[in-house]
Design a protein around this ligand. Structure first.
Ligand code: F6R
Length: 607
């Protein structure tokens, strides 16, 4: 978690660092800080505090600090509570650092280097500053090399040395660092989003390589001190997608972008009307030879996997497991060369997904990852990568990343059917035609946002919200429920409607809104009976139903949204947009910080 930024150049570093930290705040937002190196080789100027970047900005204004080289950090607390002392940067001797990750052996290091009485904070990070300072005798590379060899755990470190002003050093293991040259210097960050405003060329710092940023640019060395070559990548994100574009919150903007980015994800991968993954180097044999599929992912990405499971099992007829990546290792996973592993991740950095993927590869499984951030660890770790074209997703609650992941899964299902010779041309054409309609259908839903806002208004005072559906409708609701609880703090549960009678229906009262989704012809009659059951117990039913499916007179709802009609398997797309907008409006109307819900961070790089 934690956002990291470093800048050296001709511009005012404090402004660049603070602006970037605001962009990175989605990674963690319980405290923030910056350090600027002093040209006269005196101590770095350090300003940090518990609270948001806006609080730090005020402190910087009061202190009136300036400089042309510095590092900044926004924190998601792991070791040590939220207070000024635990905020980064941390100083020890001539060394000032910021850290993302977890140092597992910090206790051992405290003992080994006699640090008990010498630390100011409760963090594992300050211990790294102390060990670096212990080894520092004027050669930064030697000190960094000796230090990282002592560390157990994950780390992305950016380092300033008091007596080397104008230079930032950085090194990492697992936790990400990207870097780029700018017109007048260089920049590094935990996220590509923070460097997009400066340049489109960047690189991912390889693990255990040391980079040095100065006004002259960037140099990179491996741990033995040999100069290493840099593999440059190009960001193809539109810079304007990194700002709010006039919307009050990123979440709203990102929901509205979906027709565009889903189209951007689908269209380049259709050749002569057929799904095509030649650009990704995915051979048909990869899709046809596997006997089963195992999807690994967390949270929203895992919910996308559940939709993929329904599609693939129904259309291809092979078994698909969807495993929460955080549980993968604890259930003695059975994956082998016949199991195609699909890792799904917006950030491409979720540690549990990354570790599960590495394990599966060791077992000989072929792998495809579906990732949004170019060059991210999961993308690099898997045999093939399919990038979603969502662009930077800044709001902590994932929206456009989810629907672009679904778009890729729709394409993969069709290509798998082709590779296995399962569909005739007519079936493939009908499916692809429907897939290409998705962006327009999403636009239709967005155009009716006032209707959805009105529905959300009926839920503002709810304590609990249940969501019921079967099959694909249930998968959609798992995601809809996660969205609602994370941004509105309303307790919500998605329940398979057939399972409700086995206990949970006891919780339904006249106060309880129940969102029911009915989009699948084959499930409709059973789903409608379940709605009757909750309505007769007083629940306020909000019905999302495909088209004109039930007539007005059968009033089994309190509010209704008639979804634009698509083939059943594609109804996930319009229904998801409605559920995202409901969550968004409830949160915004309750006056909450929609983009930065409490306790959360966008990228989960700790287990
Ligand atoms: C919820 C949300 C999270 C992420 C999860 C995985 O809105 O965004 O549940 O989906 O933390 O993150 P990635 O996709 O980056 O692996």
């Amino acid at each position: 978690m934690c956002g990291i930024i470093g800048y050296v150049g001709k511009k005012e570093a404090s402004k660049i660092l603070l602006d970037a930290l605001e962009l990175l705040e989605y990674r963690g937002y319980d405290s923030a800080g910056i350090a600027l190196s002093a040209e006269d080789k005196s101590s770095c100027k350090l300003i940090k505090c518990a609270g948001r970047v806006s609080d730090l900005r005020k402190r910087c204004k009061e202190a009136d600090v300036t400089g042309d080289c510095g590092i900044g950090h926004t924190r998601w607390a792991t070791h040590g509570g939220v207070c000024d002392e635990n905020a980064h940067p941390h100083r020890f001797g001539k060394v000032t650092i910021i850290h993302n990750g977890i140092i597992e052996n910090y206790g051992e290091l405290i003992e080994k280097y006699g640090l008990e009485q010498k630390l100011y904070s409760q963090t594992d990070s300050e211990v790294v500053a102390a060990v670096l300072s212990h080894f520092y005798e004027g050669d930064p590379y030697a000190a960094i090399r000796k230090t990282v060899l002592k560390l157990k755990g994950t780390f992305a470190l950016a380092i300033l040395f008091d007596d080397i002003p104008g230079k930032i050093f950085a090194v990492r293991n697992v936790s990400p660092i990207v870097a780029a040259s700018t017109r007048d210097g260089a920049i590094l960050s935990s996220d590509v989003a923070a460097i997009v405003p400066f340049t489109s060329q960047y690189f991912v710092v390889p693990e255990f390589h040391v980079i040095c940023l100065s006004k002259e640019g960037i140099e990179m060395f491996d741990l033995s001190g040999d100069k290493a070559n840099i593999d440059w990548l190009t960001v193809d994100w539109d810079v304007s997608r990194s700002d709010k574009g006039g919307y009050p919150f990123y979440m709203e903007k990102e929901i509205m972008e979906q027709p565009q980015v889903v189209g951007d994800t689908i269209l380049p991968r259709i050749k002569d009307g057929k799904p095509d993954f030649t650009a990704e180097g995915i051979k048909d044999s990869t899709l046809s030879d596997c006997k089963r599929i195992c999807v690994i992912a967390c949270g929203t990405a895992m919910h996308a996997g559940l939709v993929g499971k329904s599609l693939i099992q129904a259309m291809i007829g092979i078994h698909v497991d969807v495993v929460m990546a955080s549980e993968f290792m604890y259930n003695d996973p059975v994956v082998d060369k016949d199991t195609l592993v699909i890792a799904i991740s917006q950030s491409g950095e979720t540690i549990d997904t990354l570790e599960a993927l590495k394990f599966a590869r060791k077992c000989g499984s072929p792998s495809i990852s579906i990732v949004n951030v170019k060059g991210a660890s999961i993308a690099r770790e898997s045999e093939h990568v399919i990038y979603t074209c969502a662009g930077p997703e800044i709001a902590v609650a994932s929206t456009k990343a989810y629907t672009t992941q679904l778009a890729v899964l729709y394409l993969l299902t069709a290509r798998m059917a082709m590779a296995r010779g399962l569909w005739n041309d007519e079936k493939l054409n009908a499916y692809m035609k429907e897939l290409m309609r998705v962006p327009d259908v999403m636009r239709e839903v967005i155009a009716r946002k006032d209707e959805i806002h009105h529905i959300a208004d009926t839920m503002l005072n709810a304590k609990d919200v249940f969501m019921i559906g079967r099959g694909l409708d249930y998968s959609i609701l798992l995601e809809g429920s996660l969205k609602l609880k994370e941004v509105s703090y309303i307790h919500s549960e998605a329940y398979a409607s057939g399972e409700l009678k086995h206990g949970t229906i006891a919780l339904i009262t006249e106060e309880t809104p129940v969102i029911a989704v009915v989009t699948q012809d084959k499930l409709k009659s059973k789903e409608l009976s379940n709605i009757n059951e909750v309505q007769s117990r007083g629940a306020k039913v909000i019905l999302l139903i495909k088209g004109e499916e039930i007539p007005e007179q059968e009033k089994i709802w309190n509010s209704i949204f008639r979804l634009p009609v698509m083939a059943d398997e594609f109804m996930v797309m319009p229904a998801s947009v409605v559920l995202q907008l409901i969550a968004y409006y409830v949160s915004a109307d309750k006056g909450l910080d929609v983009d930065k819900p409490r306790n959360l961070a966008k990228v989960v790089t700790v287990e």
